[in-house]
Design a protein around this ligand. Structure first.
Ligand SMILES: *Cc1c(COP(=O)(O)O)cnc(C)c1O
Length: 354
């Protein structure tokens, strides 16, 4: 792929590492590439970060034709820049594209574009403990018509954002609210695709949870509202009676790369891990009879987010006395260790940016 580069002649001052937060600051450049069915992907370019210009009739603004990815670049102690399983993001982006009838991107081009952009903005990778450079690739339908048709013109963009440590003092368990009215996704819908529309559907429950002082929503299945699906923007795992259980991927759940990595680590560590249906009833029984040992969410942003309490229909269930458990801690240490080069990558997950 040929990438045209236009350097930013007015680079910004870098933010202080204590003020980073999540997705508030953006680097000096962005990657853009266009697609239509006559020319395929064309005009790949890295240009100064700035506003996009769109027609007010652009498909994405009316019919939600948008998919995205989320991943990070990490600086190792010996100064190397690493990506974590970027080909998994490339594959998932193409699965999402297929579901929304957006064009697929060759995996090599997806990874090459990320590497080139990160390389150009490498001075933006924060160095303080727990910080990283968040990478947000996104792809949207960009036809200038209000007619509802298969998308013809699409735009692919990558932006970068230095992000702070998710945890200021150790891994603090979060409180989760189980949503029993709204649903996020149904089988046959777009739950397995990483698309903006899923987030639009989940915003009302998210608002309710936030107002009640909960950090995330735990979703139940969209048909029977009986089975556990996932937590906000994370997948979820429970350790019940020595066995780790996570909901099986049956179409309505986002197939997380952190989830997949957790399962592979658990297997290697000899801890039994099962993907299956898990009902809310089974879960609350396990809390009541004391067999629920640990619960955690897993996703790129927080890596592992221990769950200390869940509330359903006004009833509160405390998990592991509101403290982080040993398996959650082990997974966190292992994954972040591999990402930052402190733990040997025996899985071959990391890809260096040259
Ligand atoms: C991105 C995302 C996840 C986590 O996926 P990772 O690849 O582990 O970051 C889980 N659930 C939803 C809804 C997501 O959008």
């Amino acid at each position: 792929m040929e990438i045209k580069i236009i350097k930013n002649e007015n680079p910004k001052a870098k933010p202080d590492s204590n003020s980073l937060g999540f997705g508030k600051f953006f680097t000096d450049h962005m990657f853009i590439m266009d697609h239509d069915y006559e020319n395929g992907w064309h005009n790949a370019r890295i240009v100064p970060y700035g506003n996009l210009s769109l027609s007010p009739a652009s498909t994405v603004l009316h019919y939600g034709e948008e998919i995205f990815e989320g991943m990070k670049a990490y600086l190792t102690e010996d100064g190397r820049i690493q990506l974590f399983r970027p080909y998994e993001n490339a594959k998932r982006m193409n699965n999402s594209a297929d579901r929304l009838c957006l064009p697929e991107i060759p995996e090599e081009d997806f990874v090459e574009a990320i590497k080139k952009l990160v390389e150009i903005d490498k001075d933006w990778i924060p160095t303080a403990k727990g910080t990283s450079l968040y990478i947000r690739p996104f792809l949207f339908g960009n036809d200038e018509t209000l007619g509802v048709h298969t998308v013809h013109h699409s735009t692919f963009v990558i932006i970068l954002s230095p992000v702070g440590s998710y945890y200021k003092e150790g891994l603090n368990p979060v409180k989760i609210l189980i949503e029993t009215e709204d649903v996020r996704a149904v089988r046959g819908g777009t739950g397995f695709a990483k698309c903006g529309g899923n987030y639009a559907a989940s915003s009302r429950a998210g608002k309710k949870a936030e107002e009640k002082g909960y950090s995330q929503v735990l979703w139940l299945d969209g048909v029977e509202r009986k089975y556990i699906e996932e937590v906000g923007a994370m997948n979820v795992m429970f350790k019940i009676n020595g066995e780790v259980i996570t909901p099986a991927l049956l179409g309505s759940i986002l197939p997380g790369i952190t989830r997949k990595s957790c399962l592979e680590i658990l297997k290697k560590e000899g801890i039994k891990a099962t993907e299956r249906l898990l009902s809310l009833e089974e879960l609350t029984k396990a809390v009541e009879n004391g067999t629920l040992e640990e619960a955690w969410g897993c996703g790129t942003a927080a890596v592992i987010s221990p769950i200390g309490l869940i509330e359903v229909n006004g009833k509160k269930y405390e998990i592991n006395n509101g403290k982080i458990g040993p398996v959650s801690q082990m997974l966190y240490d292992k994954i972040t260790g591999i990402q930052t080069g402190k733990v040997k990558d025996e899985f071959g997950w990391t890809v260096e940016v040259k």
